[in-house]
Design a protein around this ligand. Structure first.
Ligand code: FE2
Length: 368
């Protein structure tokens, strides 16, 4: 059953932003990405400008519309800056499109071939939550820098990066009551399975709660958790997101590192802001999570969270939203055997998020 839509890996995430030139510099200087390719007016792209950023196996594409009526400009007006496309590398984009659409997915881009002197790049796309697209990409017959129309750039390659390696998971927030529908969508149209389900008893604070289902492909390489708000005394962080994003969309992107202390030290020095962790979190930390092969003082200084499971532990930290709207943020995660999502940190994490929400004036008593 699960083989009808085989996926190799995350190919890239495409962000629609208001000013791709400045955003590219932000992700380069603060997150350690290299600007590897560019497409814009100078390369005869009249309607959009795009920058391809690379680090480890991670590829982000930042795109902006050059006219007010371009769909990217309209998306940015509605949602603000954010992830618009989750692109997955597949062996066959025609089959991926046919198998998913015949099972109920709504097609967005019919199978297309783009050619230049470096070969042929094949792609197609379907609609997912909110205005997000899932794109299927086959670059097995393409040897160019990213896609036809792009030129190599290699800007800011003096940096070695900050150690970000792969995309671990990409999380969406959907409307109240829509989580099961989207979990079913991934199961039925793409053959994903449910890895884990967190209910509102697992993820709740005094004020708000959320529920989450983590969907993954047959290999486990693609993990797409889906959150929905649960009723609480106050407006939940998910509702705050849905309000400012004007609907469902990508809440956070988790990137792996082999050395979270080094990665976060560099990102902090470059100006990235992270969610603060209360000092009390580190009192009796080793009694709670067992022996950790790191300096607890260093983890406390940087605000890194720790969670222990049967098979090991993980270290994680979350950035503040990376734009003025309280929508998209990033997670940096180092897995030392643990395969979960930091369940033991949910409470501490959500209390920290609510403190920030309160500073934004968005933790009012819920009206529903
Ligand atoms: Fe996460």
């Amino acid at each position: 059953m699960s083989d009808f839509c085989p996926i190799k890996r995350f190919d890239h995430l495409e962000f629609y932003v208001g000013n791709a030139r400045q955003a590219a510099l932000y992700y380069s200087k603060c997150f350690g990405f290299t600007i590897a390719a560019y497409r814009g007016l100078e390369t005869n792209s009249r309607a959009t400008a795009s920058y391809v950023l690379e680090q480890g196996e991670i590829r982000f594409v930042l795109s902006t519309g050059l006219t007010p009526d371009h769909p990217i400009s309209k998306s940015v007006l509605k949602h603000g800056d954010g992830v618009a496309i989750i692109a997955l590398e597949v062996p066959d984009v025609v089959r991926a499109y046919q198998e998913t659409t015949k099972r109920g997915a709504v097609g967005a881009i019919a199978p297309t071939e783009a050619r230049d002197e470096y070969g042929v790049l094949r792609y197609s796309a379907i609609h997912a939550y909110g205005d997000t697209l899932i794109e299927f990409v086959d670059r097995s017959h393409y040897a160019g820098v990213f896609a036809p129309g792009f030129e190599p750039r290699n800007l800011h390659t003096n940096r070695k990066g900050v150690g970000l390696k792969t995309i671990d998971h990409v999380v969406a927030n959907v409307e109240l009551g829509a989580m099961d529908r989207w979990a079913r969508f991934f199961a039925e149209t793409m053959g994903f399975n449910l890895l884990i389900h967190f209910d509102d008893r697992t993820i709740s604070t005094e004020y708000s709660a959320l529920m989450s289902k983590v969907m993954q492909d047959s290999t486990g390489a693609i993990k797409l958790p889906i959150n929905e708000p649960a009723l609480g005394k106050r407006k939940s962080q998910i509702e705050e997101y849905l309000e400012y994003n004007s609907g469902a969309g990508i809440q956070h992107v988790a990137c792996t590192t082999d050395d979270i202390i080094e990665t976060v030290t560099q990102m902090r020095a470059a100006g990235v802001e992270f969610l603060p962790t209360p000092k009390t979190y580190y009192e009796n930390l080793e009694e709670r999570v067992g022996k950790i092969d790191r300096s607890i003082d260093k983890l406390a200084e940087l605000g890194i969270l720790v969670d222990r499971e049967e098979n090991g532990y993980l270290l994680q930290i979350f950035t503040q939203p990376v734009q003025d709207r309280p929508t998209l943020f990033f997670e940096v995660i180092e897995r030392q055997g643990a395969q979960g999502f930091g369940e033991g940190n949910f409470k501490a994490l959500f209390i920290a998020i609510e403190r920030e929400q309160s500073l934004r004036g968005n933790l009012a008593i819920a009206t529903v």
